[in-house]
Write a protein that binds this ligand. Sequence first.
Ligand code: 5GP
Ligand code: MN
Length: 332
Amino acid sequence: MSNLNLLKELLLNNFSFILTTHVNPDADAIGSELALYYILKKLGKKVLVINHSATPYNLEFLDDENVIQKFDVEVHQKNFDETEVIIFVDLNRINRVIKVAECVKNFKGIKICIDHHQDPENSFDYIFGDTKYSATGEIIYDFIEETNIVEIDYKIASLLYAAIMTDTGSFRYERTTPRLHRIVAELLETGVNPTEIYDKIYNQFNFSRIKLLGKALSTIELDSTGKIAYMVVTQYDQSTYETTEDDIDGFVSYCLSIKGVEIGILFYELKDGLKISFRSKGKIDVNKLAEEYGGGGHLNASGTRMFNVKIDDIKEKVISTAQKYIEVKNVV
Ligand code: 5GP
Ligand code: MN
């Protein structure tokens, strides 16, 4: 039996499911879990979608039936106790679900991971997908196509389109293959409107986000090699502009738009620590770099969260660790 047919068996042979995804979810996370939700609903299953984070405001349109619930242990522990299967979407380390992990810890049912990040953790019963996929949405597409589990209708196609469009940087990144474009063509055949989806996700931001971007851009510095660019966003900036963590999505890419820069880093101050986002060009492995600080991700895009650490205490160390990755690349 092919791998994706095994996933089909798991969906057909169980009745109750909880779907969840990572903190601060992106459109691949939300689009993939909602597509899976509608697949399971078509099969007559009992399904809940429970996330640690609220859905970012620019992605709320994807959840037009308000399916997604924000996790609350008091409310949801009972659901986890009564559910046969949890499906983790667009993540491969359980700590990425933050508070939801409390309910996963003692969960007795089946844990399935559907994901395309590097180096999956060993704590799932089944893992579907791997790093050859551009997006988790592409795995779900392959799953439907290969197993014929349901028809791809307009709704599912729109969700998968949003997932794939965003995780490929609007069809720019490395895994944008001829096959991926054929998949997208199939999705568009159902009536998906690419202009509208792009517009809702990327052209409807709050004014305050753009002001914060201006502030973040004004902090950009280059390291001594000129190959690393980094920026800082503090809690003070956040309160000045009245923005949230959702608003910084995409900021770090500006670091890579500078000639000669090969690694971009965003230091983002959290209330109780910091989040670091890494981006790189070519073969520079920022997944490994993030792993050195307890995080992970992809070859060219990764991140980590650290608690009880201040940006000023760690910034220089992170930059010198990043310099090692540039040197390794120059030796190879
Ligand atoms: P971003 O910088 O956009 O938040 O995340 C970029 C990539 O790094 C995403 O693919 C995301 O999954 C991964 N990533 C971000 N933060 C963390 C983290 O704290 N832990 C792990 N394992 N991966 C992360
Ligand atoms: Mn993804």
